[in-house]
Write a protein that binds this ligand. Sequence first.
Ligand SMILES: NC(=O)c1ccc[n+]([C@@H]2O[C@H](COP(=O)([O-])OP(=O)(O)OC[C@H]3O[C@@H](n4cnc5c(N)ncnc54)[C@H](O)[C@@H]3O)[C@@H](O)[C@H]2O)c1
Length: 339
Amino acid sequence: MYKVAVIGLGMGSRWAMAVRELPNTQLVMVYDKYYEENTFIPRERVTGPGITVAREEDEIYHSDADIVIIASPDNCHREQCVKALQAGKHVICEKPLALTLEDCRQIIAAVKASGRQFMTGQVCRYAPGFRTAKALVEAGRIGRLVYLESEYAHDYEFAKGYREWRKDPAIQRQGFLGGGCHALDLTRWIAGDPTEVFCYMNHIFMPDWPTPDTGVAVVKFPNEVLGRIFVSTGVKRPYTMRTVIYGTEGTIICDNTSDHIQISEKALRDSTGTMAFNDIPVAIANHNVTSELKDFVGALDAGVPCATDVYQGTRTVAFADAAIRSAQSGRPEAVDYNY
Ligand SMILES: NC(=O)c1ccc[n+]([C@@H]2O[C@H](COP(=O)([O-])OP(=O)(O)OC[C@H]3O[C@@H](n4cnc5c(N)ncnc54)[C@H](O)[C@@H]3O)[C@@H](O)[C@H]2O)c1
């Protein structure tokens, strides 16, 4: 049985439920800096017999928890990850791993020094639609990969976070990293680590926010594969992560908000050459943290690194970093893999 503590009880309350659902994890402590005043915290998810509500953050590090899950605002991740690792805890940290590559380097150093296990919470890798799409690509169903595009389009007007941390000028949260990391990580997962990015951004939807709200990046992936990532935190439409994957033998369209993905296969075209899309049913589970936690505990049991370890989280931050630098320089920028 693994004892688990959770820091930050917005998204963290979902993690708390996952901990309570799995048979081999036990929720022993939770901490939220604004626990008393923040009425959005779903108390029924995070309180109960055997669960201590910590008054000070340090109680988490001094507790007997084996695993600490960090789901606080992005700007807190580096410091809390390092403290938890130094206290000998295994750590799961929500995406994005940190605000900067330098912060990621400090987390990597702490992981190495501690010898503990680390997971970056890239939950899209656990969405059934995306998992099915990746499996089809790997099975060769659409032939050789040529081009893929993914979009993270999400209206943040009503998702500012508690005390509006996503909009805080002191934090300078970049949409391309904070939310866009989902689309960046997904394309990296399917196409491999990109080498170069050319990105434009604008700031029209939400001019009162501190950083650009919309951007489009053109990407060079390995093996001549090209990509395009669209990120907007200001769009006026329901949330989507529509992703299209083109191969020499077919095309896949998928999303984590749809109950099916679509595939069109050259092999199935009719005598007139017409191709159709066929539906493959999938479950909708776009915040599948229970599967993430299961994988992490499985990796702990097996003594192997989990699939989305600290380096995976860092490479996704590096991808966003190249896009942000490109939007600022007006030139294509190389992705930094120096860590
Ligand atoms: N994987 C996903 O799809 C997904 C979805 C939402 C959020 N997230 C990530 O989860 C993290 C939290 O986002 P959220 O949407 O839950 O935000 P939120 O504002 O809804 O919740 C954050 C919570 O942290 C608390 N908090 C603030 N500062 C803290 C500190 N220093 N220590 C401890 N607690 C603190 C707040 O009181 C609040 O309850 C972010 O890193 C975000 O990117 C991931």
